[in-house]
Design a protein around this ligand. Structure first.
Ligand SMILES: NC(=O)c1ccc[n+]([C@@H]2O[C@H](COP(=O)([O-])OP(=O)(O)OC[C@H]3O[C@@H](n4cnc5c(N)ncnc54)[C@H](O)[C@@H]3O)[C@@H](O)[C@H]2O)c1
Length: 379
């Protein structure tokens, strides 16, 4: 399956990044926006980002060559020559389905449709097209030119040769693909959001402050930032949306968005983008802005227990990775790769478990009364 030209639809946060990944590695790109004005805005966005990468010495291919390989347009008919189209339009199923429906009439039968969706069912999108066997998920991480992980998502309808071609395309663009079945959250978000929601729930208990939770987790794990800082960065509204999708699919209460998290969103405190979430960003510095007092002294002893925060949050997070393995959803290697390259973890969950010793993690979770995966005792 020869791939020379890639279409990218939607040049927002993700699309503008994805559109510059392919031409750096020799592919031609048709970059499509909704209107000519937005296409020009997208071009400026890509241009600024590429110039910055060039100044920092991050471009292996000269800037001019990369820019020349991209055609910016508002005319979707230009996608007729694309071998693969990656859509990165807003996260609304009807919008993506409508786009693929239109592209069904424009692109030849051989063209592969890839969606960058984070949480919508790829299967539903595939089933709505005339080429369900040629629809996959190609889930890039933000910022796309920098983050090496791409989750390649196949459905029960996808042709195996299409999955191979997309996996190879990702490799040929310097990415590390992890191939998985269609399931809410794929690998990285499914693991990340359970842990983030646990942290949101902990912040609500009043046992530890927002600042303490973040600091203790970072000190123990070397994660790039604490969970509440990360939620503010992702956007609390996006966190609630992803959690609701996860909850819908799993009916696991771990994914039911923490009540205070939902209330922060209702209050318009969406995190960094609105200037306030778990932290306030007034004046440029992050200052904790959620303070929940502890209502009963009975919870105090738990506060004093050494390691309580890390065991409750991080050990439970590691157990989620074990559950994912137990579900036969992804291998240890793929789970570790996804968390290192998609979330910036210094070590993946299984490498962390090896270091901590699985039976010690199980003992600590026992002490917390936490019901972990039976597989944890067999690792
Ligand atoms: N933002 C992230 O961190 C992130 C990470 C991974 C995946 N995603 C997924 O990527 C997709 C895009 O997210 P985003 O954050 O880049 O959104 P965004 O809102 O920043 O960008 C969407 C772009 O699509 C354009 N658009 C809308 N309708 C269009 C149409 N019919 N034709 C062409 N262009 C159209 C908009 O003008 C906008 O520029 C979503 O599915 C999201 O879930 C986002």
């Amino acid at each position: 399956m020869e791939i020379a030209t890639v279409g990218v639809v939607g040049l927002g946060t993700m699309g503008a990044g994805i559109a510059q990944v392919f031409p750096r590695f020799g592919f031609d790109v048709i970059a499509v926006e909704a209107t000519a004005e937005l296409a020009e805005q997208g071009r400026r966005r890509v241009d600024t980002s590429l110039r910055r990468a060039d100044e920092r010495g991050h471009l292996d291919t000269p800037y001019d060559v990369v820019m020349e390989r991209i055609t910016f347009t508002a005319d979707r008919a230009d996608l007729a020559i694309a071998d693969v189209v990656v859509e990165a339009v807003p996260e609304r199923l009807e919008l993506k389905a409508q786009l693929f429906d239109e592209l069904d009439g424009i692109c030849p039968e051989r063209t592969i449709f890839a969606t960058n969706t984070s949480s919508l069912p790829v299967t539903k999108l595939a089933a709505s097209t005339k080429r369900p066997d040629r629809v996959v998920g190609m889930h890039f991480f933000n910022p796309a030119p920098v983050m090496r992980l791409v989750e390649v998502v196949h459905t029960v309808l996808t042709d195996a040769a299409v999955v191979d071609a997309v996996r190879e395309l990702a490799v040929n663009c310097g990415k590390t693909p992890v191939v998985v079945r269609d399931r809410a959250g794929f690998v990285a978000n499914a693991l990340l959001f359970g842990y983030l929601n646990d942290a949101a729930r902990m912040a609500e208990t009043g046992r530890r402050t927002v600042g303490e939770i973040d600091r203790l987790v970072v000190e123990a794990t070397g994660f790039p930032m604490g969970p509440l800082t990360l939620m503010d960065l992702i956007g609390l509204d996006v966190c609630v949306e992803v959690l609701e999708v996860m909850y819908d699919e799993t009916r696991d209460r771990r994914y039911a968005p923490a009540p205070l998290l939902k209330r922060l969103v209702l209050a318009g405190h969406l995190g960094r983008k609105s200037g306030r979430g778990y932290y306030s960003y007034a004046g440029g510095a992050a200052t904790p802005s959620v303070h929940v007092p502890s209502l009963d002294p009975a919870v105090a002893p738990q506060r004093e227990q050494p390691g309580w925060v890390v065991e409750s949050l991080v050990f439970a997070h590691l157990d989620d990775a074990v559950r994912m393995l137990d579900d036969n959803y992804a291998s240890r290697e793929d789970i570790d790769t996804a968390m290192r390259l998609g979330c910036g973890y210094p070590r993946g969950p299984f490498a962390m478990l090896d270091e901590l010793r699985p039976h010690k993690v199980a003992d600590a979770l026992d002490n917390l009364g936490y019901q972990y995966s039976p597989l944890l005792r067999y690792l």
